[in-house]
Design a protein around this ligand. Sequence first.
Ligand code: ARG
Length: 425
Amino acid sequence: MKDRVVLAYSGGLDTSIAIKWLEEKYDLSVVTVTVDVGQQEDLELIATRSRDIGALKHYSIDAKEEFAKSCIFPAIKANALYEGKYPLCTAIARPLIATKLVEIAKSEGAKAVAHGCTGKGNDQVRFDVTIRALNPKLKVIAPVREWNLSRDISLEYARKHGIPVGPKKSLYSIDQNLWGRSVESGPLEREDQEPPNDTLSWTVPIENVPRDPTYIELGFDGGTPKSIDGKNLDPVTLISRINKLAGQYGVGALDHIEDRVIGIKSREVYECPAAITIIEAHRELEKTVLTKHQLEFKQSVEREWTWLVYAGLWVDPLRIDLEAFIDSTQEPVEGVVKLKFHKGTMKVVGRSSPNSLYELPLATYDKTSTFDQSSALGFIELWSLQSRSAYSKRIKARKTQIYKPQLKQRSRSRRLANRNSGQRR
Ligand code: ARG
């Protein structure tokens, strides 16, 4: 009997040819696994395709709820936006998929696990790191990386072996799940060109969004979303609804230049209507209930969490340590955030919480104010003590100015303009 390999199978070109390739080049029996993290693919069709190509067995695993609770919720609590923009939709799904592969490898007695990642991206790092940490005995095979397969070679191989290429011969490489849709390659590689409309499928182009605004009230409990307009929903339903609603208003389409772990800069288009909406709402609620000190410190923790996860180190204990801090801040993050969707925008227009630190009697400018304005004088005296002293001793004494005159930059900008107007490629 041949040894077995467990292949992460999406039904796309690369993983479809991998079935044959693993049999042919490595003499292995292939068990395929599709983990449903909300990619909205036809799972029956994927199963059939796997068997038609010649896999020994196929598993289809519904991990949507686990994905929402164990991967998306921590990302919401961490307000995770890599480089200020990318909500990690692909990044948070990979370790979970890898975990499922390792589990099935165990039950199938497989010696190896395989995935369709290239050697240029982040996903290989996320798969390999997780698999190797969970079971160091498993061999990891990545045919595209190992054999330096290009799209042309893969297509040729598919043709030769009668492997169906699938209905969508897309120009793009697309990965999607409940938290968003990542699109790269093809025309998007020209970073100076506007993304063509055919990159979008979850967000309506601004020209076609509804004319009138819509409002919703998003309820949070313990830092995670739990209701829309007062109605409690399970996480998968809630996130799907926000994806749909925000997408209809053209919210959540992102065009991003991103630094991959391996050093390459890449141009990515994302559609993450729910992620952008929920993180913004969550952050506003946090601003209402956490102290300035918590908020500021938390930002550095969020950045670290986001980077670790982006960079494929989900298994690192530091992530768990950071989450212990984050979780401890989330208990008061409870309440309702009012959101307005209008013509491609989403705005937080109101927030309320039983734990709010916003005190109207202190904040108000009308006569009901309870704030004693004279107390500000003593504060300013002490707050500025050192700064004033240093100013008079160092800056004023040396007659330096606190506003620097602007440097002349004309010749430099002209040089840059000339260079950019030259022919590309
Ligand atoms: N750059 C993103 C990341 O590393 C998305 C990768 C998406 N993969 C894809 N096949 N389009 O998380």
